[in-house]
Design a binder for this molecule. Structure first.
Ligand code: F6P
Length: 460
C-alpha cells in the first residue's frame, strides 16, 4: 500500500480534521502517501477529480490542524448510486489514474452505502463521524432485529426494530461514541445553561431544539446542562404528560427548560418536525420545527390566563419561547475527547487498509477494564438482512420516560465519554483566541483559500 485517498462525506462535524490528521500521522509512519479528495463523493464524480496531497515527503501539510473544526477537504451529501455502473467505473478509473491503492471514507451511515459499491474495485474502509452518534449497534446482533413491512407506496417498505433486548451491557456496544458527538453535546449543554438564567429571570418556558435526527443521543447528553425535561425521538410525545410536568415545574420554580430532539414523533409515528416536507440530497427529510409544534400545543393548553392571573408573564406566547441550537452544534473547535478519539480512529483506518482489510468500519469501543480503545467490524455487520443501514437509535434503557431524564443506566453510559471530555487546552484556547485584538483588525482567513492553492485536477 503506497498511496491512499481520503474523503469526508455527509454533514460536517467538528472532529473531521482530527480524523484526517490521525490518518496522515499513521500514514507518515508507514510511508504511505495520502491524497485528499475535495467535497466527498461529489469530488470523485467530477471528471476533473479535484484532490490534493496531504503529506508531501511524509510530512503533514500545515493547513491540517486537528483542533480546527469542519473539514479542509470540504464535504457534501452527494452519494454514488450503487446501481450506476457507468459512474462507478468512471470513479474507479479516476482512482486508478491517481494510482490509489485504498480509500478511507470518513462518514456516517449514508457514507457506508456510498462506499460499499466501491469495495468491488479497491479496498475501502470507513472512519466514523457524526454528531448524531447514530453509527453503530447497541448490541452486536441489533441489525438482525429490523423487520420490514410493505408500505402504502407499491415497492416501498417501512422498517421497524423489534424490541428483543430490553437491557444491554455497555461493553457490547459497537462504536460506543462517534467523533463529533461530544462536542455537539458540549455546545448543547452550554446553550441550555445560558438559556436557563434568562428563563429564570423572565419567568419563561424555554423549548430548546437539538439535532440528532431520529436518534436521541444529543438530547440525552444535553442533560449535563440540567434541563428540566428531555424529549427524545425514541419515546413518543404524550402531550398530557408533558403539560402536567410543565405545570408542576412552573408552579415550583417559575421557569421550565425543555430540550427536544428534532426527530421526536407522535404515538402513531408521525414526525413532529418535518412540516416543510423537504429532503436533503441524500433523501432524508429536513427536520425543522418540532420545538415550534410543542410550543403551539403548550400555548393552547396553558392559555394566557395561566400566566397573567399571577402576573408572571404577559401571556402564553410571550412566556413560551423556542430556540434551535442548530449548526452551532456541528461547528468550531472539537473538544479534547473528540480530537483524541478521532485521531485514533483515523490511524486505525490506515492500519486496516495496510493490513489488507476492505469494507470494514473502524470503531471506538469501551470496557470497564480497558477504557476506550479502537477496533473494527465488517461494514456488513451494520446492515440488516436486506442490506440496509439504519441509524442507531438511542437504546431505550438509557432514558427514563417517566422522569423525562437519562436513566441510571443512561448516566453510566454518558460518564466515560464526558468525564474529562474537555481538556485544559480547550479552555486556554478560548481565553487566548476569542478576544485576541487581532480579531478586530484582520478579516477572517478561510482555510479554503490556502487549500485551493494545493488542489490539483486529473486533467491538469
Ligand atoms: O446528521 C447530522 C445533522 O447535523 C443532523 O443532526 C441534522 O438533522 C442534519 O445533519 C442537518 O443537516 P444540514 O446541515 O444538511 O441541514
Amino acid at each position: 500500500m503506497k498511496r491512499i485517498a481520503i474523503l469526508t462525506a455527509g454533514g460536517d462535524t467538528p472532529a473531521l480534521n482530527a480524523t484526517i490528521a490521525g490518518a496522515v500521522t499513521r500514514a507518515n509512519a508507514l510511508q504511505i502517501r495520502v491524497f485528499g479528495i475535495i467535497k466527498g463523493f461529489s469530488g470523485m464524480l467530477n471528471p476533473r477529480f479535484p484532490h490534493l496531497e496531504l503529506n508531501p515527503l511524509f510530512h503533514s501539510i500545515p493547513e491540517l490542524n486537528p483542533c480546527y473544526g469542519g473539514t479542509i477537504l470540504g464535504a457534501s451529501r452527494t452519494y454514488i448510486d450503487s446501481r450506476d455502473k457507468t459512474a462507478l467505473d468512471a470513479v474507479a478509473h479516476r482512482l486508478k489514474t491517481l494510482q490509489i491503492d485504498g480509500l478511507i471514507c470518513i462518514g456516517g451511515d449514508g457514507t457506508i452505502n456510498g462506499m460499499q459499491p466501491l469495495a468491488e474495485y479497491l479496498p475501502v474502509v470507513l472512519a466514523p463521524k457524526t454528531i448524531d452518534n447514530d453509527l453503530g449497534l447497541n448490541y452486536p446482533e441489533e441489525a438482525n432485529d429490523w423487520i420490514r413491512e410493505p408500505s402504502a407506496t407499491p415497492g416501498k417498505y417501512t422498517y421497524r426494530k423489534l424490541d428483543t433486548r430490553p437491557d444491554i451491557e455497555l461493553d457490547e456496544i459497537i462504536n460506543y461514541a462517534t467523533p463529533g458527538y461530544a462536542t455537539a453535546v458540549y455546545v448543547a449543554a452550554s446553550g441550555i445553561e445560558r438559556i436557563r438564567t434568562t428563563a429564570e429571570s423572565h419567568r419563561r418556558i424555554a423549548i430548546i431544539e437539538v439535532m440528532g435526527r431520529d436518534s436521541g443521543y444529543i438530547a440525552l447528553g444535553s442533560a449535563y446542562g440540567q434541563p428540566d425535561m428531555i424529549l427524545v425521538p425514541e419515546s413518543p410525545i404524550d402531550f398530557d404528560r408533558i403539560e402536567q410536568r410543565v405545570r408542576e415545574l412552573y408552579e415550583l420554580q417559575k421557569n421550565v427548560v425543555l430540550v427536544v430532539g428534532e426527530g421526536v414523533v407522535t404515538a402513531d409515528g408521525r414526525l413532529l418536525g418535518d412540516d416543510a416536507k423537504q429532503f436533503d440530497p441524500s433523501g432524508k427529510p429536513v427536520l425543522s420545527g418540532a420545538a415550534e409544534v410543542i410550543r403551539n400545543e403548550l400555548c393552547q393548553r396553558l392559555g394566557d390566563s395561566y400566566f397573567t392571573s399571577k402576573r408572571r408573564n404577559e401571556g402564553a406566547s410571550s412566556a413560551i419561547f423556542t430556540r434551535k441550537l442548530g449548526h452551532t452544534q456541528r461547528g468550531g473547535r472539537p473538544i479534547h475527547f473528540d480530537r483524541f478519539q478521532a485521531m485514533q480512529l483515523g490511524g486505525k483506518a490506515v492500519d486496516l487498509l495496510h493490513q489488507g482489510a476492505s469494507n470494514y468500519v473502524a470503531t471506538l469501543q469501551w470496557t470497564e477494564t480497558r477504557g476506550f480503545f479502537v477496533d473494527a467490524v465488517p461494514a456488513n455487520k451494520l446492515r440488516d438482512q436486506w442490506g440496509g443501514i439504519h441509524p442507531r437509535l438511542m437504546h431505550k434503557s438509557l432514558y427514563d420516560a417517566a422522569r423525562f431524564k437519562p436513566s441510571d443506566f443512561g448516566e453510566k453510559y454518558l460518564a466515560p465519554i464526558f468525564t474529562n471530555a474537555i481538556g485544559p487546552e480547550d479552555l486556554e484556547a478560548v481565553r487566548v483566541n476569542l478576544f485576541h485584538p487581532g480579531n478586530l483588525r484582520h478579516s477572517y482567513q478561510s482555510v479554503n483559500v490556502d487549500i485551493q492553492k494545493r488542489i490539483r485536477l486529473l486533467d491538469g
